[in-house]
Design a protein around this ligand. Structure first.
Ligand SMILES: Nc1ncnc2c1ncn2[C@@H]1O[C@H](COP(=O)(O)OP(=O)(O)OP(=O)(O)O)[C@@H](O)[C@H]1O
Ligand SMILES: [Mg+2]
Length: 305
């Protein structure tokens, strides 16, 4: 059964993202917390498809939790616990729907920026470069191709669009205008630090981290924390290093199967059911991303959850 907010009728529903259901919770100390429940929904070209990818919510949660640990010395994160038996009593009736796919987090006042770092040129960065020769106001050498490595990783923030809208790339100066120059500088420093650490860990596993999107927010005591999901195939481009070849779109550990299938069948941007083989191949790709990056088995994660 697809995950839906109605299955949690006793909880305060804060909202639905494209992928997650968000609920308000008070944690044991009475601090405002938030329960993030990752569904198996898949959004492609900014459209949520009617088909789900089995276990995708658990995979994204498992991978985010692993990364938060790897990054904890660089930046505090929002996770309180993902062990359902440790959740507050009010959540226990829903335990079976929460296991593996949920995280109890500090409720943050989210910074209204998508903090993007790019080590390679792809996606909207590649489009912006072709149009203007720059990415988020950073001047770049001529002659770069789709998939080229950038001279150094860049902070390329974008606005957080309202539902249905596309995020809009902005310059660092515009980010400073939006959130204040000091916070913008701190976000740039943290985003590049996280990107650097993650790119290093991924490289050890034969994976290139092309780009990633982070979200930050401040907790009740004013501490800036890393929130949302981190370094998943939904928020990042991961490429197998051995097939990297600038000048074309790169094979990647994400929903590329789905994008390709939608384009080839002339249904780009439409909310259509996926054939079972596309669902299976996409699930396998997400599992592979988790297992390659963490060196852990996804079956073990599920068994321990
Ligand atoms: N600790 C937190 N406190 C409050 N909000 C959070 C926290 N962590 C993540 N969020 C918000 O929860 C939402 C996650 O849901 P989901 O990933 O489905 O959204 P999305 O579709 O990617 O984004 P959008 O909100 O733009 O639709 C995001 O809006 C994110 O900003
Ligand atoms: Mg999201």
């Amino acid at each position: 059964m697809p995950l839906a907010a109605e299955q949690f009728s006793g909880l305060t529903h804060l909202g639905s993202g494209k992928v997650r259901e968000l609920f308000a919770v008070d944690d044991a100390d009475g601090e405002p917390a938030i329960l993030l429940v990752a569904s198996d929904r898949l959004s492609v070209f900014d459209v949520v498809l009617p088909s789900e990818i089995p276990d995708k919510g658990a995979i994204l949660t498992a991978l985010s939790l692993w990364w938060f640990e790897q990054l904890a010395d660089l930046v505090p994160h929002h996770v309180i616990t993902a062990t359902v038996s440790d959740y507050p009593a009010a959540l226990q009736p829903y335990a079976s729907q929460l296991v593996g796919r949920s995280m109890l987090c500090r409720r943050l006042d989210m910074v209204p920026l998508e903090c993007v770092a790019r080590g390679y040129l792809a996606g909207s960065g590649w489009l912006d470069y072709q149009a203007a020769g720059t990415v988020s106001g950073h001047a770049l050498p001529a002659g770069l191709q789709d998939g080229s490595k950038l001279p150094e990783p860049l902070f390329t923030p974008s606005t957080k669009a309202a539902i249905g809208d596309h995020d809009e790339a902005i310059t660092r100066d515009q980010a400073g205008d939006l959130v204040g120059p000091e916070l913008a500088a701190e976000l740039e420093r943290l985003t590049l630090a996280v990107f650097g650490r993650a790119a290093e860990l991924a490289a050890d596993r034969g994976v290139l981290l092309a780009d990633t999107k982070l979200e930050f927010g401040t907790d009740a005591s004013g501490t800036l924390r890393l929130g949302d999901e981190v370094l998943t195939p939904d928020s990042s481009r991961f490429w197998p290093a051995d097939t990297w070849q600038p000048g074309r779109a790169q094979p990647s550990y994400d929903k590329q199967y789905v994008r390709d299938w939608l384009i080839e069948s002339g249904q780009r941007g439409r909310a259509v059911e996926l054939p079972p083989d596309v669902v299976d191949a996409t699930r396998a790709r997400y599992v592979e991303a988790y297992e390659v990056l963490t060196g852990r088995s996804f079956a073990d994660y599920l068994a321990a959850a």
